[in-house]
Design a protein around this ligand. Sequence first.
Ligand SMILES: C[S@@+](CC[C@H](N)C(=O)[O-])C[C@H]1O[C@@H](n2cnc3c(N)ncnc32)[C@H](O)[C@@H]1O
Length: 240
Amino acid sequence: MTDSWDTIADWYVELLRTGSALNDFNRDILLDLLPDRLGGCRVLDLGCGEGIIARAVAARGAAVLGIDPSPRMIEHARAAGTGGAGTVVYEVDDGCVLGTVADSSVDWVTAGLSLNNVPDLDAALAAVRRVLAARGSLVLTIPHPCFEAPHAGWTQAADGAARRVVGDYLAEGFWRSGNPEAVRRAGNHHRTLATYLTALLRHAFVVEAVAEPAPSAEVAAEQPRRHGLPPFLAIRACLS
Ligand SMILES: C[S@@+](CC[C@H](N)C(=O)[O-])C[C@H]1O[C@@H](n2cnc3c(N)ncnc32)[C@H](O)[C@@H]1O
């Protein structure tokens, strides 16, 4: 059977709930680009998975709608409940369509490690633009495209240190890892940094913040070879 996000949903949920420093780090760098207080704000979490970001955003007081095309992910998200002061509801939906989300109905869209999974980035950004209210913003993270290009791997330098090897940065398109333990066995869409930034500009977003945070102490302890490389790229962009 070919893996998809739905078939690996139980595995992914187990990974996150038993403690994944990398996923916690991703959530935290995305939260760093949001206001501390979100009371009264409506937030769409696009590609919410099991709800790690939706719950954290609700804990800041927001009314959150989490959408994901994987019914199994949404089952897990619903079972996990809300994150605190705010509210969370979940719907099965495609980020390229957002058919469950009304026009101009949210103040923020969060997209944690999900836009690299949508097959049509232009359709997703057009949908995000449609559902954002005036002065709304998109906060996204993606695996850093410069270092997480298709089949990037590790080699050992003469001094014994691990070095990242990237061979196919310019090879845009769908790819999946052949490693049965890798999250990317579900497949994802590689796009260059320029493609992401150009797409945001084409959809008339104003890029307000770009971050390439160094691995947290927890990530460094879990995966020491990541020292010196940002695992993720984070961007905040608002409607013009
Ligand atoms: C790496 S997981 C991230 C989930 C969650 N945001 C997190 O941080 O754990 C990628 C998610 O993107 C979702 N996804 C795949 N295709 C999508 C699409 N067309 N629209 C929205 N989400 C999609 C997958 O189902 C999966 O839950």
